[in-house]
Design a protein around this ligand. Structure first.
Ligand code: RFL
Ligand code: PHB
Length: 391
């Protein structure tokens, strides 16, 4: 098999890249190790930045999102039994975010790709990227029990944190920046209308909690739990009891309970792999960087990377210049590090690390007080949350 752009991975990064290239008249082949059902059901992100929404619309993939997505103009910070709303449009000159699940973004992009785009192979596992630093890189992969080779002009590794593409960058050229956190998130889906019409990020002495949603009738909630916690060790009743405690307020706000339909634990890490390019191999999305989910940035960063790559390749086709492809890694990393900083700050603002001292507790509360009383602090959060501009 031969193609212009070999794409490894059909998560949001790989699927959107295939769509952008198709729209630009550039052919690609997508290899995805899992089956379609798995990719479409994998519960993950829920928040799309304004810029991501604009990109999906411009790519012709925004119709259902515009019908079913929920536009959100703010979030609530909850701490010391108090509530403080951050008003995004007022603080950012009109920007907002969209609640539309990653599962739905993937379903929409898969349907479009299968209908209009180039080959998208499920259960096709990339084994290795070879010849990244030559003019003709290849992906070795296994599909339907057979090994095959995809010959490419470019390879884009969109294969997530556990993928193989990153391994093709020689170690001596690689720098990894990493931080793991001593806690994770226990996430649930529940068949109950969300108890608030916007997301609630709660800081509590017992740990962080988040109220989010998937639709007007499905809630998505998270609890900070110790690293390595087994989701099954939490009964449904214990989860609701703990959520209730961490969301407590002085007013009459109440958390509505309902049947829990999914339960899982996510570890938290920050990770950046530099550079994001080696020869004709480019890394995009979680393959190159991970953020803790507190800032809702992961999917949005993946979108930024593939938009940057697609533009750079179009530029090369239209002008013959490699300048934008050469700048890919540096261009992406500037935005990646702003998102890393934002996600780190949101995480340390709201989580209670094991062994936190009374001094650290007071500093955390003072940071939240500052957000509740100074427009400059609120504005910084609102700008970060609604998203850093693409260059
Ligand atoms: P993905 O989605 O991991 O997709 C990678 C794909 O590559 C496939 N793959 C391979 N295919 C072929 N050959 C191989 N050798 C392969 N190895 C792997 C995998 O099967 C998979 O289909 O990476 P991508 O596309 O870069 O997308 C990144 C996002 O998925 C991720 O950043 C977000 O989900 C992070 N995230 C959030 N991001 C947001 O922007 N907003 C949020 O609100 C948000 N909430 C979250 C999150 C992530 C979470 N978890 C579970 C980590 C909440 C949670 C709980
Ligand atoms: C989600 O709805 O899954 C979600 C929302 C906001 C976050 C993280 C996850 O910061």
């Amino acid at each position: 098999m031969r193609t212009t752009v070999g794409i490894i991975g059909a998560g949001p990064a790989g699927l959107l890249l295939a769509r952008l290239l198709h729209n630009a008249g550039i052919d690609s082949v997508v290899l995805e190790s899992r089956d379609r059902g798995y990719v479409e059901q994998r519960q993950r992100a829920g928040i799309l930045e304004q810029g991501t929404v604009d990109v999906l619309r411009a790519a012709g993939a925004g119709a259902r999102m515009d019908r079913e997505g929920l536009r959100h103009d703010g979030i609530e910070l909850r701490f010391a039994r108090r509530r403080h709303r951050i008003d995004f449009p007022a603080l950012t000159g009109g920007r907002s975010v969209m609640v539309y699940a990653q599962t739905e973004v993937c379903k929409d992009l898969i349907a479009l790709q299968l209908k209009e785009g180039g080959p998208l192979l499920f259960e096709a596992e990339a084994l290795a990227v070879e010849g990244a630093d030559t003019g003709s890189p290849r992906v070795r992969f296994r599909h339907e029990g057979r090994e095959d080779v995809l010959e490419c002009a470019y390879v884009v590794g969109c294969d997530g944190f556990w993928g193989v593409a990153r391994k093709a960058v020689p170690e001596e050229l690689t720098q990894v920046f990493e931080r793991t956190y001593p806690f994770g998130w226990l996430g649930i889906l529940a068949d109950v209308p969300p108890s608030h019409d916007e997301l609630v990020y709660a800081r509590h002495d017992r740990g962080f909690a988040l109220l989010s949603m998937r639709s007007p009738v499905v809630s998505r909630l998270y609890l900070q739990v110790p690293e390595g916690t087994d989701a099954e060790s939490w009964s449904d009743e214990a989860i609701w009891d703990e959520l209730e405690r961490r969301f407590e307020t002085d007013d009459d706000w109440r958390l509505a309970r309902g049947p829990i339909t999914a339960k899982s634990v996510t570890p938290m890490r920050s990770h950046v792999h530099e550079p994001m390019r080696h020869g004709r191999l480019f890394l995009a999305g979680d393959a190159a960087h991970i953020v803790p989910p507190t800032g809702a940035k992961g999917l949005n960063l993946a979108v930024g990377d593939v938009v940057t790559f697609a533009r750079a390749l179009e530029h090369r086709r239209d002008t013959g210049s490699d300048a934008l492809l050469d700048a890919y890694s540096a261009t992406c990393l500037r935005r990646v590090w702003q998102a890393e900083r934002f996600s780190y700050e949101m995480t340390t603002l709201l989580h209670r690390p094991p062994g936190a001292t009374p001094f650290e507790d007071r500093i955390q509360l003072a940071r939240l007080e500052r957000l509740a009383s100074a427009r400059a602090a609120e504005q910084d959060l609102a700008e970060g949350y609604t998203g850093f501009a693409l260059e």
